[in-house]
Design a protein around this ligand. Structure first.
Ligand code: ADE
Ligand code: ZN
Length: 332
């Protein structure tokens, strides 16, 4: 079963570019650019995190190590190479935090990431699309400027915007103007909400920011009305098995919030969030989730296809990708 789950073709809707830097590469970039990391020992850089805030300190340090367009392209290429090799990932919508790299303009970053993604697509057949994400710990003016830049340098590969960082800071309504601007310009919208702190961020992300997906959402379960709403509206929730377990270390695998979300008939996909930082990859996420929930082969297949339903693809591209997934699954 583990082999089958690893071999399934996969799509991923919740993964951070800067959280996808292998430890060795992060250490190399920091040394080359003279930026500080908590340690220069790759074996100790990505450790067990004492909560989201602790994790984000290292995440931001890794962001700061990515200084030049060449760094950005290398990170994008490596992230996709790993995903294709370790999890048979075929399609990915990837967050990145442009405002965490002040040494480059948005446009420089975009071109470099697209270069890396294109090379990886050629070499490994994995497609990458982008979601520039607002860092909610930074000022609102920074978010508004970012969305203006995204609109000024519009590319088909950029599907929408996100909102990430610690959900106990930067309440969703602060970013209403940035999200409204994105909406008026045809950008899709999603937000990290109820990951580690406040279930109410889900309602605000839907009603104030106009999101059509929610990232994480584990704490929805603390509020029956929010859970019922997500179910009744069929809102796609991009869950991440390893992140969820990291936030709930006292709970057994079979008792994780994602198990309850599935039992509550929420519309979820399984994603890897920050794979090397969490010691995971999408193949391992499928294996861990599948074993914890006792998936049959059919349930594994359904989860592989669920991400396609939540993807920000147009209907003909979605249908084409689904056909290629179904053909590959039939041959497994
Ligand atoms: N940025 C990178 N990973 C994140 C996470 N799990 N939550 C919030 N922001 C993030
Ligand atoms: Zn995330």
């Amino acid at each position: 079963m583990s082999q089958f789950l690893r071999a399934l073709p996969k799509a991923e809707l919740h993964v951070h570019l800067e959280g996808s830097v292998p430890a060795e590469l992060a250490v190399k970039l920091a040394a080359r650019n003279g930026t500080p990391l908590p340690t220069s020992d790759p074996a100790r850089l990505y450790r067990t995190w004492a909560g989201l805030a602790d994790f984000l300190v290292t995440y931001e340090a890794v962001c700061a190590a990515i200084v030049t367009p060449a760094d950005m392209a290398e990170v994008a290429y490596e992230a996709q190479a790993q995903a294709a090799r370790l999890g048979n990932v075929r399609y990915r919508e990837i967050f990145f935090n442009p405002t965490n790299h002040p040494s480059m303009t948005y446009r420089q970053q975009l071109e470099a990431v697209l270069d890396g993604l294109a090379s990886a697509e050629t070499d490994f057949g994995i497609v990458g699309r982008l979601i520039p994400a607002i860092n909610r710990s930074q000022p609102v003016s920074v978010a508004n400027d970012l969305v203006r830049e995204v609109i000024a340098h519009r590319r088909d590969e950029v599907l929408g915007i996100g909102l990430d960082h610690d959900d106990s800071v930067g309440p969703a309504p602060l970013f209403a103007e940035a999200f409204a601007l994105a909406a008026r310009n045809g950008l899709r919208r999603t937000a990290h909400a109820a990951e580690a702190h406040t279930p109410g961020q889900i309602t605000d992300s839907l009603d104030v920011l106009g999101c059509d997906r929610i990232d994480h959402g584990y704490l929805a379960l603390a509020d029956a009305a929010i859970t019922a709403r997500l179910r009744d509206e069929g809102t796609h929730v991009t869950t991440c098995w390893g992140t969820c377990c990291a936030h709930n270390p006292g709970r057994s695998q079979a008792d994780q919030p994602i198990v309850e979300m599935t039992a509550a008939s929420l519309n979820i996909s399984i994603n890897s969030d920050d794979p090397p930082m969490l010691g995971t990859d999408l193949g391992s996420e499928f294996v861990a989730a599948g074993l914890a929930m006792g998936w049959t082969r059919e349930q594994g297949i359904a989860m592989s296809l669920a991400a396609l339903d939540g993807a920000w693809l147009d209907d003909s591209d979605r249908a084409a990708l689904r056909r290629s997934f179904e053909a590959e699954i039939a041959a497994l």
